[in-house]
Write a protein that binds this ligand. Structure first.
Ligand code: ADP
Length: 169
């Protein structure tokens, strides 16, 4: 069998320790990993696409170095399955947090299987310490001046603080 290629898609607005934990697990399953950054303008992301990509890339060097797996951070704006086909992905990686993620993911997998039955979706769970982390909640805490250091890498925490200061929050 050839090289196994994985795709981990998300908005990553911003990357959290939960995402990093999933990526550290994903590299054990594939030879090459793409992190697909959904442009998602209609979701109204706090960070621009460039900022989200940059924050991801900053974190990936260490994981790529440790695992020997090539990690490529790549924005996408098309249908997930179309993007997965374009990069020749064999598997799509998703993280599962709580029961709340399940319903949505369950439906997505069903639809994606109908679109391309050769690409499997694999679900991974983060370490218990990181399971409750969600980008949305991290942003809410940062906005209200709370301590976010336990949820995101140091450099991301600094960017969040700066972002809300600049926004006058
Ligand atoms: P979305 O915008 O689709 O929610 P995110 O960028 O927040 O995507 O997350 C991308 C993927 O990472 C999703 O599969 C999500 O379930 C997963 N994920 C996010 N945070 C965690 C976490 N703390 N533990 C496990 N999986 C997570």
């Amino acid at each position: 069998m050839g090289k196994r290629i994985g795709l981990y898609p998300g908005t990553f607005d911003p990357i959290t320790l939960g995402h990093i934990d999933i990526i550290e697990r994903a590299v054990k399953l594939v030879d090459e990993l793409f992190i697909g950054v959904a442009i998602n303008q209609d979701k109204g992301p706090l960070f621009s696409l460039d900022e989200r990509v940059e924050m991801l890339r900053e974190q990936m060097d260490t994981i790529a170095g440790k695992s020997g797996v090539t990690i490529t951070v790549k924005p996408f704006d098309q249908l997930l399955m179309t993007f997965a086909e374009e990069i020749n992905a064999d598997i799509i990686i998703r993280g599962l947090r709580a029961v709340s993620d399940f319903e949505y993911e369950f439906q997505m997998v069903g639809m994606n299987q109908a679109l391309n039955e050769d690409i499997e979706t694999v679900f991974l769970m983060a370490d218990a310490r990181y399971q409750s982390i969600a980008s949305r909640l991290v942003k809410e805490i940062a906005k209200l001046d709370g301590d976010i250091r336990g949820f995101v890498p140091q450099s991301v925490a600094e960017r969040l603080v700066a972002k809300y200061k600049a926004n006058g929050a």
